[in-house]
Design a protein around this ligand. Structure first.
Ligand code: ZN
Ligand code: ZN
Length: 882
């Protein structure tokens, strides 16, 4: 005999959620082992930064993955979701450096080894924060397989990747202009550069021609870089400069002749159409320099001060040098003019310093060759982007791919396994120092100081976490993974690289689908940001409303559109949905005979009422909608179908209709139906709201030890009953029409009224006749007359629906005169408000100066008032027409 939990009056998510999470963990449901006899479904989650804590975007991203995983697991797939964290080189190093700064120390005081010990200490203490937050969200990840991108095995995979690429000639040391943070003292990737609009100047500088035949003027926002100019470039089509291409200009201050060259990449419409070329300090200039074989002169050093190449400005800070150079130009009469100029300046995402594009020696990966198989894999559909529009973006970028700078001047990360021979300078890659130099035979080596870009190691995440380079059973069985769910801004940085590395090392795609989830914005459509105070902390929501509520609130908006507008108001409405499910479940439980411990028995078909058949039909269509929605990544459709079904059909109609039967003598069929629909719906809802569904499911008759491993409902077309559905549509339309009429004239809620229904056709007549008792009770009719035509004599209100015409007599329902007077007063007051709102919106002072959200709100108010006034007018005319 099963003892069912009692469902307390109020649902308290806190205790329930921690209880079930513990239970699932103890039962080992999250863990999966390779088992070739079963079909698998696998996900390796995007590893969040170890420094991270859960924000709303994460909550969406990982909830999607958990919903998919729970759904597939219930469908019988051997489901694995591997969690883990990324060591996040620069982010983590900065956190620890800040910690040190508070102690008055820097990483240089400690030295490399001691500093890395500190970082590991930090990681042990704080590195688990975000994963613990994942547990509160209810994620069914396989914690036994948790990975970290600096774990021993993982580090080994990274070395393998590097050494193989190095030996295949795909990694080279080269000189390029990279984003350099003078504060962090490292190269940083494009995604770590934040562009900010800054007020500055555009200086127009005159460069005299060497032959004295005139001059050429260029404009720059960074005049200090002119000290490193090695050319002036114009567009070959630009008529203004036809005669002087090929001549030399004299570089002011430095008095060095530099060539005037023609290059198609110069925009003739910008400034004077002539640009200074500083290959060492601008990525575009670097490319012009490559094309025209120009020398690169480094005038700004890695610490942001001027180098010896900067002549008498050497040793000055870059900004002091800027002022000094401008002064000097002015003194020499070579400053044509200057203007105020707002432009976007790259800053370091970690520390806010202005990025200095800098020529420096770095390690690069050749991308062209790696890109081709990754292009093919997407083009021929082996890897599918969802939504589809991201395919083009990916292909565009891949076809114009540039070599990848993989070295970072940090300490925290995978140290580059390259050894330089002290004798001849040859570079060799290896896990350890080579025993002898291949070129000169020398035995003294120096290891490269730099570490690898974090994306280098995360690029092999999906297969490294499954054991690569070892041939593990997990890699054999769970790979390629089923889906990657990620943000659109790392399609290039991460998704593309995973596809490239996987194609290269495994000759296999890393995942079948790439689902790019929507961006979560606040209600006004702005980005959520902690510093702007526009963010919502997902954990606050979990504390207040429970994880289920947050999960559902996110998923019900997670469609293929771009953005999600999120607010606490949405969460509240989902909380109400949860309470509705709770309350109706309590009702169902109270009306079942649970003492026997047996499952309610399925009645023979003839015992089922048309209402039972209707709800069973609707249940099947909901099952279909949920499965189709999840399969097509239209999760919003799945959530909406569940919400509509459970609230609007099951709770509001079916339970109301079935109540009298549950209290009658012959109740077994009704008991079975009400239980069956609830039990099935809980399983349908479980992937999105795992906790409340488990709590209720365990409390009602059920089969199995957890809903999480119970079978997911399958669509059964034989239970779709269109006749029952049109029958119920007639019933519901009739009831709604009567309710609307009653509301229109303000009938007191408890008052019953007689009504006449004139059905439209035999089917409608049969339906309303068969469900007459139910219509009477739901529409609060004291008497229901089915007539062939409209009643005559007396005053009636009427409504027309597809199935019938409906008539309610006015007399006796209300005191018509009194009600008319009341409506009139209300209408006058609404009209006053309406006029006030109209005036406000006619006033440009308001519409142009008030914040957009305030104006928008006023427009909504106006629309509501207009609507209300129309309804009152209508009601008044009915009342006065008596
Ligand atoms: Zn920085
Ligand atoms: Zn050597």
């Amino acid at each position: 005999m099963i003892a069912y939990d009692k469902l307390p009056k109020v649902y308290e998510p806190g205790d329930v959620e921690s209880k079930w999470y513990k239970y699932w963990m103890e039962k080992g449901y999250f863990h999966a082992e390779a088992d070739p006899s079963r079909e698998c479904y696998s996900i390796t989650i995007p590893p969040p930064n170890v420094t991270g804590s859960l924000h709303i975007g994460h909550a969406l991203c990982y909830t999607i993955q958990d919903v998919l995983g729970r759904w597939k697991r219930m469908q019988g797939y051997n489901t694995l979701i591997v969690p883990g964290t990324d060591h996040a080189g620069i982010a983590t190093q900065n956190v620890v450096e800040k910690q040190l700064a508070k102690e008055g120390l820097s990483r240089h005081n400690l030295g490399r080894e001691k500093f890395l010990e500190r970082v590991w200490e930090w990681k042990r203490e704080y590195g688990g924060t975000i994963l613990n937050q994942f547990k509160r969200m209810g994620y069914s990840f396989d914690w036994e397989r948790e990975r970290f991108t600096m774990d021993q095995d993982y580090a080994d995979a990274v070395l393998e990747e590097f050494i193989r690429w190095f030996n295949e000639g795909l990694i080279y040391r080269g000189v390029r202009v990279i984003n350099w943070c003078p504060r962090c003292q490292t190269a940083i990737s494009d995604i770590e550069v934040e562009y900010q609009e800054m007020a500055g100047h555009l200086w127009h500088i005159t460069y005299p021609l060497e032959d004295g035949s005139g001059s050429i003027t260029v404009a720059t926002t960074r005049p200090e870089t002119m000290l490193g100019d090695t050319a002036i470039a114009v567009n070959p089509e630009d008529d203004r400069y036809m005669g002087i291409v090929g001549k030399n200009a004299m570089l002011p201050i430095m008095n060095r002749p530099i060539p005037i060259i023609a290059d198609v990449h110069v925009d003739p419409d910008f400034g004077t159409g002539a640009v200074k070329v500083t290959p060492a300090h601008d990525p575009n200039d670097f490319e012009i320099g490559e094309r025209h074989k120009l020398p690169s002169i480094v005038v700004i050093g890695q610490d942001g001060t001027m180098t010896e190449e900067a002549g008498r400005f050497s040793g000055m800070d870059r900004y002091a040098a800027r002022d000094a150079v401008v002064e000097e130009l002015r003194a020499q009469g070579l400053l044509d003019h200057e203007e105020e100029y707002t432009h976007s300046v790259g800053t370091c995402a970690r520390c806010g310093s202005v990025i200095e594009p800098l020529l420096s020696a770095q390690w690069f990966v050749r991308m062209k060759e790696l890109a081709q198989p990754a292009i093919d894999a997407v083009r021929d559909g082996r890897v599918k982007f969802v939504p589809e529009r991201y395919t083009g973006l990916y292909l565009d970028w891949m076809e114009n791919i540039r070599d990848w700078c993989i070295s970072r001047q940090l300490w925290w990360g995978h140290r580059i396994p390259v050894w330089k021979c002290e004798g001849c300078g040859k570079y060799m890659a290896g896990r350890n120092a080579p025993s002898a130099c291949k070129k000169c035979g020398g035995g003294a080596f120096e290891q490269e100081e730099d570490v690898l870009d974090t994306w280098f190691s995360s690029g092999l995440w999906p297969f490294a976490v499954l054991g690569w380079p070892k041939k593990t059973p997990e890699l054999e069985y769970f790979y390629p993974t089923s889906v990657l769910t990620t943000a659109r801004d790392i399609i290039y940085l991460w998704v593309a690289r995973m596809i490239m590395t996987s194609m290269h090392f495994l000759d296999e795609i890393p995942f079948h689908d790439v689902y790019i989830y929507a961006t979560v914005l606040n209600e006004e459509g702005r980005r959520m940001s902690k510093s702007l105070g526009t963010g919502i902390d997902p954990l606050d929501i979990v504390d207040k409303y429970g994880a289920d509520t947050l999960r559902f609130a996110l998923i019900q908006q997670a469609g293929k559109g771009q953005d999600i507008r999120f607010s606490e108001g949405r969460v509240e409405s989902v909380r109400n949905f949860g309470n509705k499910i709770w309350n109706m479940s309590r009702f169902v439980l109270l009306n079942l005979d649970t003492e026997s411990g047996n499952l309610p028995e399925r009645p023979s078909a003839d015992k089922l009422s048309v209402h039972d058949k209707w709800i069973l039909s609707r249940l099947q269509k909901t099952i279909d909608a949920v499965n189709t929605g999840l399969a097509g990544y239209d999760m919003d459709n799945a959530a909406r179908a569940l919400y509509e079904f459970l609230w609007s059909e099951y709770a509001d109609w079916y339970i109301e209709i079935v109540k009298p039967r549950l209290q009658g003598e012959d109740k077994a069929a009704a008991q079975w139906a009400v239980w069956h629909v609830l039990e099935t719906s809980l399983r349908l809802l479980h992937p999105i709201m795992p906790f409340i569904t488990e709590q209720i499911w365990q409390s009602i008759p059920h089969q199995g030890e957890s809903i999480m491993i119970a079978p997911f409902p399958k669509f059964d077309e034989s239970l779709v009953d269109e006749d029952a559905e049109s029958h119920m549509n007639a019933v519901m339309d009739t009831v709604r029409a009567v309710r609307n009429l009653r509301a229109e004239i303000g009938v007191a809620p408890g008052k019953r009224t007689p009504g006449t229904v004139v059905p439209n056709g035999a089917a409608a007549r049969a339906a309303i006749e068969e469900s007459a008792e139910c219509v009477k009770s739901l529409a609060k009719l004291s008497q229901l007359t089915l007539a062939a035509e409209a009643p005559s004599g007396g005053q009636y209100m009427s409504a027309h629906i597809p199935a019938a015409d409906i008539y309610l007599p006015l007399s006796g329902l209300i005191d018509v005169d009194k009600e008319a007077a009341r409506v009139k007063t209300e209408l006058e007051s609404v009209k006053k408000d309406l006029a006030r709102s109209e005036d406000k919106l006619k006033n440009p002072q308001f519409t142009e100066k008030a914040p957009a959200a305030v104006v928008e709100k006023e427009r909504r108010i106006l629309a509501e008032l207009t609507d209300k006034a129309a309804r009152l007018e209508e009601r008044l005319s009915v009342l006065q027409g008596k």
